[in-house]
Design a protein around this ligand. Structure first.
Ligand code: XMP
Length: 518
């Protein structure tokens, strides 16, 4: 792999993704890693990420200087560039001059491996206080900016490279080219990592892990579990049984998409559990969001366990070997964020519904553990899964249960499902799916307002549209939707959904608002 050494900022994941976009497999490792540990991973290249600190700060992360002696090509970025300069005998100065955001740099004319083929004047994305004031002995200075005499350097002889700017950020106009020059030209790594070989590799791994045991997988209707199950099915066929809990909090058509489209395209064995009434009974009289989440989570686990137990009994009755494995759609960011990677703070702790208790007697099969979301989608497409599932926007495990502000009832769910279906259909028809991260549609069940429709007064509920744009759901901005699309959604919902007489738009970013209303 190419190892991305994480200095604790949030850039490491982005770098790892961009390296993979160049069709090279990458992994994130913490900056505390030793040169010997790095060598043991047999890397073909190393990228040192940016970081939040100054190299002079007390406790500033440093890098084992012996990694520069491994004869593995290294690219230092921002903080990594400065740490590299310092470790190799260059100088890093507190200039007191911060550069932040779009910054012009000027390349030194002449042929260079790293910046080959790039215009001499270009805009890059910077975020630093300190600057490299002198390149290490034997290095060529490749670029400068107004406040940084050394904005990039290289030693082709030692295959060591560095840039002050962030090539992984899209605002750096030639950023991806810097990464690709490093990977393909400087380090000579072929561009041969793609979703096809990920599938082949995982299929082999799963067969070795599972043997002839049976495997169970909970499908949520979302991308991750759908793709994970499809890979496992490709590996072990009907040893896999999928369980789909219909808790009644799904959106319109989701159950059919799983039961018909997904099953038709994959051939998986599917057991659907009808549990709407059980969930509604448990939710009766409850308005508090956290309480709802707890109830939905608890009921989900109960239902899933009962289904799993039935399958275990069935396997035993058929004299087959036990059901030993459970498929989980864990993704690489979850692995990195739960400490599998780094010194990065653990920012997100979403209790997923579908998260199962630890005493469940299964070993985990996690075919997506090394993958980012966009890669999971690519693999799903490669496996021929329906676009409605592969292209799906994020949807919370507790479903519509946390999009009804107030008590959850069957009638309210039907009303919200109808409004949500209209909003989704119109957004898709307007070609806005790529621009929107997700668009929760929320029913304010405890609020009523006066309206007039036909020749009568109405006293109905408002529907809130919450379209957001985001990279990772940690932060988000409200999406500026065209007025005519909003008008169409509003007209249709108030005309077609009885009980709704008002549609409002949420224009709050995150923070301070969360994406969901509950
Ligand atoms: P918030 O509302 O915290 O949402 O800004 C961030 C992302 O997480 C999703 N979300 C959940 N997902 N269980 C889930 O599986 C939950 O309880 C839950 N709450 C929020 C939300 O849809 C958004 O994508």
């Amino acid at each position: 792999p190419v190892l991305v050494v994480d200095f604790g900022a949030q850039y490491a994941q982005l770098i790892a993704r961009r390296v993979r976009e160049a069709n090279v497999y990458s992994e994130i490792v913490p900056h505390t890693i030793t040169a010997a540990e790095i060598a043991a991973k047999n890397p073909v290249g190393i990228v040192l990420s940016g970081g939040p600190s100054s190299v002079y700060e007390e406790g500033a992360p440093s890098i084992d200087p012996a990694i520069f002696e491994l004869e593995v090509p290294v690219l230092g970025i921002c903080y990594g560039f400065q740490a590299m300069a310092k470790a190799l005998g260059g100088e890093v100065a507190h200039t007191g001059q911060r550069e932040y955001g779009a910054t012009d740099v000027t390349l030194v004319p002449g042929e260079s491996t790293l910046l080959s083929g790039q215009p001499l004047e270009q805009t890059t994305w910077m975020s630093h206080g300190d600057s490299v004031s002198k390149a290490p002995e034997g290095f060529d200075v490749l670029a400068s900016s107004a406040s940084t005499p050394v904005a990039a350097f290289s030693s082709d002889a030692r295959r060591l490279y560095g840039v002050q700017w962030h090539p992984e950020v899209k605002h750096s106009s030639y950023g991806q080219a810097v990464l690709e020059n490093f990977l393909h030209r400087a380090a000579g790594i072929p561009a041969d990592w793609n979703s096809g070989n990920v599938i082949a590799e995982q299929v082999e791994r799963i067969r070795a892990q599972v043997g002839d045991s049976r495997v169970i997988c909970g499908l949520s209707g979302g991308v991750d579990s759908a793709v994970a199950a499809a890979i496992v099915h490709k590996a072990v066929g009907d040893q896999l049984v999928c369980v789909f809990v219909d808790h009644g909090l799904l959106r319109a058509d989701e159950r059919r998409q799983v039961e018909e489209d997904y099953v038709a395209s994959t051939g998986v064995r599917l057991v659907t559990i009808d549990a709407e009434q059980q969930f509604l009974d448990a939710l009766a009289g409850v308005s508090d969001p956290e309480q709802k989440r707890k109830i939905i989570g608890r009921e989900f686990i109960r239902t899933f366990e009962a289904a799993a137990e039935a399958l275990v009994l069935e396997a035993a009755a058929e004299g087959d070997s036990a059901v030993k494995f459970l498929v989980q759609g864990t993704l690489y960011p979850d692995v990195v964020e739960s400490g599998g990677g780094t010194g990065t703070a653990n920012i997100k702790s979403h209790h997923n519904v579908g998260g199962l208790p630890e005493d469940l007697q299964f070993e985990l099969v996690e075919p997506l553990r090394t993958l980012f979301k966009d890669e999971v989608r690519a693999i799903g497409r490669e496996l021929g899964l329906p676009e409605v599932i592969v292209g799906r926007q994020p949807f919370p495990g507790p479903g519509l249960g946390i999009r009804i502000v107030g008590e959850v009832t069957h009638d309210r769910l039907e009303l919200l499902r109808a409004a949500d279906a209209i909003a989704r259909a119109e957004l898709t028809a307007a070609g806005l799916d790529d621009e929107i991260w997700q668009c929760p549609v929320v029913l304010l069940a405890d609020v009523r307002s006066v309206g007039v429709q036909g020749d009568g007064r109405t006293y109905g509920h408002p529907i809130v549209l919450r379209p957001v744009s985001s990279e990772d759901a940690m932060t988000a901005d409200w999406t500026r939707l065209p007025y005519d699309v909003l008008a169409k959604i509003s007209n249709r919902i108030t005309n077609e959904v009885a009980g709704v007489n008002r549609v409002v738009l949420d224009v709050t970013s995150k923070p301070p608002g969360t994406i969901e209303w509950e």
